[in-house]
Design a protein around this ligand. Structure first.
Ligand SMILES: [Zn+2]
Length: 261
């Protein structure tokens, strides 16, 4: 038989209250530990499928297709990632001719001019530009990635395979692995290459030699610069160089012309 005196009851009640207070304190401590301080950000999520991103720049541009254009992936990152050359290297000049009517078809193909390239290609273009800069020269881009729908527009206007690659075949521009470009001096003036960009005729051929020596030297400089980085020329256009890598897929992705949001 167990009997409690009133004093003992008071003592037991006091003990129970103490235990309740202790339990309550332990509970609060546990919840606080689980939640963490309110100003602590959640741990960063690591997505191993994403290319490594240069954290020196955090610009991200929305594209119509839903792609998120990351900043320049570091060497060894996904070669198929898209790079906006203008964001990465604004010192490389651009005159994207198909974003205006200043082209051989007098037809505006793009809503606005942007030079998008696969990372693998952009790295090489930047490297070429950096080499030129040692001599006070640089690159100027006339065309870069060209979406398949734009290729279709060109083909609809000029259905002649001598001048325009049929969209059914797809051009290296549609893969983001071809560039149309020239060399500029320190003031941004184009070196004399003998013809304008998109001049269709034998005078624009690499094999055409009835030109001033300076023009031949300029073309040779561009040729050597690009070939040294794995690009191949095309016989009929001094301005066109492609990286023949069919692992870089054809694309219909288009770009957003709105300001960076
Ligand atoms: Zn081209």
């Amino acid at each position: 038989m167990c009997r409690f005196s009133p004093e003992a009851k008071v003592q037991t009640y006091a003990n129970m209250k103490s235990i309740q207070v202790i339990l309550l304190a332990l509970c609060c401590t546990l919840i606080a530990c689980q939640q963490g301080p309110s100003d602590t950000p959640p741990p960063a999520q690591t997505d191993t499928n994403q290319p490594t991103v240069d954290t020196s720049s955090q610009d991200t541009l929305p594209l119509h297709s839903g792609y998120q254009l990351k900043t320049f992936p570091s060497a060894g990152a996904n070669d198929t990632a898209w790079v906006d050359l203008g964001l990465e290297r604004p010192d490389i000049l651009q005159d994207i001719r198909y974003a205006s009517t200043n082209n051989f078809m007098k037809l505006q193909i793009y809503d606005c001019g942007r030079c998008l390239l696969r990372a693998k290609v952009a790295r090489r273009v930047i490297d070429a530009h950096d080499e030129l800069q040692k001599e006070g020269l640089g690159l100027k881009m006339f065309d870069c990635y060209r979406p398949l729908p734009a290729q279709q527009k060109l083909w609809d206007k000029m259905p002649d395979a001598r001048y325009v690659t049929p969209p059914s075949k797809g051009s290296y521009h549609n893969r983001g692995s071809a560039v149309d470009l020239t060399i500029v001096d320190s003031l941004g003036r184009e070196l004399d290459m003998g013809t304008d960009f998109d001049f269709f005729g034998s005078k624009a051929y690499h094999t055409y030699t009835d030109l001033p020596q300076q023009v031949l030297d300029n073309r040779k400089r561009l040729l050597q610069l690009m070939q040294a980085r794995g690009f191949s020329p095309t016989r009929t256009e001094w301005w066109h160089y492609a990286l023949y890598d069919k692992r870089l897929p054809l694309s219909s992705m288009t770009w957003d012309c709105k300001p960076n949001l």
